[in-house]
Design a protein around this ligand. Structure first.
Ligand code: PHE
Length: 464
């Protein structure tokens, strides 16, 4: 079993908690706080949540184990993992799946850093007292609209966020990633619980809770189902090899079953917690969930702080922690690309980090300018959506779904269920129901994902 020795020079997470924090740090980010509420709002609320949770359990959890096992077994980045574990003779087409993962990571980083840049801007505004004394939903909407439409700010903040990410990744896995997340993630959790407490006791908050938990299944359409799958994968950082890369840093003496389950649990818990803040606050402020769009969290949150003692302190803390959560996610995205360039292309870490950062900024520019700064980008001709939304749709929904589909087929049929389960349990910790895992990755996940992709493409083409 131990064909590929653990690479000592590679740098491991120092402890299991360290890994869980970093894995959860990758998973927890803007996906939970920014994307989950607005996609849920647009997709009908509770009915969407039910499908999302089903996908997390039936597709997300099996894929997280597949990726972690591939990473630890191969001690490689996504491309290297497919190369090491795939067929040795007659060419190995699976390497291309790893390549798609690296490209997807790059493209996601390019639009994610735009939204992450907004969080930095909001840190600044909170410090400057923009929200002190309270703002209405209308005022908050106007502040957001004016802010994101400013091209100088949009570009400068995106660039700043990319540079911050580069500085962390440059430091290497353990020093850079583990230390920051182990402290800040627990603080973030506590703050979210406090904010949920405040939001839930606002007048009219119950309507928001009903929206999130009382399903109306008539709202389900193919697009809603694709959104749910995309959101489950995006939020858990799956389908592009981030968890392959992080799995390669997980020490072999540590329990993979525990690591995977905890990351999935934390991530899903935080998304629901975010919903319990945003939707009650939304109804309390008299805004409809489906009208929120990509600015939802940025518009709604300032209306909550006003109703709290020490509101501005909470505002500052919230945006600082949101920016940090985003940073631990962008770090995992950049790390995938950098580990590929270092392992496979022989680049030095420093050159890989800065080269990727510069290229990513170039791709980020049209996204940064597409939320009001440049009209043609804000509403793309013929599509009516912004460049940023289009990137999110292509890479965050389609590409991750295709990636997850191919990862399941690879782990279940090419590499094989037995070697994968051996890797998962090699620390001596059992994976309960490992037979169920095999069944899910071999049959359920591929059929479900492929079926959905065919269905949605058919609907797109026929214009239904
Ligand atoms: N999971 C991260 C979030 O929710 C985003 C992400 C996607 C990170 C894919 C890495 C890979 O914010």
């Amino acid at each position: 079993m131990a064909n590929i020795p653990q690479d000592e020079g590679r740098g491991n997470f120092g402890s299991l908690i360290g890994f869980v924090m970093a894995g959860a740090g990758s998973a927890i980010g803007l996906g939970n706080i920014w994307r989950f509420p607005y996609v849920t709002g647009e997709s009908g609320g509770a009915a969407f949540l039910v499908i999302y949770l089903a996908f997390v359990l039936l597709i997300g959890v099996p894929v997280i184990y597949a990726e972690l096992a591939m990473g630890r077994a191969s001690q490689r980045n996504p491309v290297g993992a497919f190369a090491a574990l795939g067929p040795k003779e007659g060419g190995n087409p699976w390497v291309a799946v790893g390549g798609l993962g690296v490209i997807t990571g790059f493209a996601i980083l390019a639009f994610y850093s735009v939204v992450a840049g907004w969080t930095l801007g909001y840190v600044g505004m909170a410090f400057g007292g923009t929200f002190a004394g309270g703002v209405t939903a209308e005022q908050s909407g106007a502040i957001f609209g004016g802010f994101v439409a400013n091209p100088v700010w949009a570009v400068a903040l995106t660039a700043s966020f990319l540079v911050l990410t580069a500085l962390v990744v440059r430091g290497g896995v353990q020093k850079g990633i583990e230390r920051a997340t182990s402290i800040l993630m627990p603080v973030f959790l506590i703050l979210l619980v406090l904010l949920a407490g405040r939001a839930l006791t606002l007048p009219g908050a119950m309507a928001g809770v009903e929206f999130l938990f009382l399903p109306d299944f008539s709202k389900i359409t193919p697009t809603v189902v694709l959104n749910a799958l995309g959101q489950a994968l995006f939020s858990l950082s799956l389908g592009m090899g981030a968890m392959i890369t992080y799995g390669s840093y997980l020490d072999r003496t540590q329990s993979m079953p525990f690591a995977g389950a905890t990351v999935a649990l934390f991530d899903t818990g935080i998304a629901i917690l975010a919903g319990l803040i945003i939707f009650p606050a939304l109804y309390a402020a008299g805004v409809k969930p489906e009208d929120g769009g990509a600015g939802l969290v940025f518009v709604v949150m300032p209306t909550i702080f006003e109703a709290m003692p020490l509101g501005n302190v909470f505002a500052i803390a919230f945006y600082v922690l949101l920016a940090t959560a985003a940073l631990t996610s962008t770090v995992s995205l950049l790390e995938v690309i950098v580990s590929y360039l270092v392992d496979e292309q022989g680049l030095g870490r420093e050159a890989a980090v800065w080269g990727t950062t510069a290229a990513c900024l170039a791709l980020a520019l049209p996204s940064a300018l597409s939320v009001g700064a440049v009209d043609q980008l804000s509403s793309l001709p013929g599509l009516g959506m912004s460049f940023l939304d289009l990137q999110d749709l292509i890479w965050g929904n389609y590409s991750l779904s295709i990636g997850a589909l191919l990862i399941c087929i690879f782990a279940g049929w090419v590499w094989g269920v037995q070697p994968a389960v051996d890797e998962m349990t090699r620390s001596g910790h059992d994976l309960p129901a490992s037979a169920v895992w095999g069944f899910l990755v071999r049959y359920v996940c591929p059929v479900a994902i492929a079926g959905l992709l065919v269905y949605i493409t058919y609907n797109l083409v026929t214009g239904a």
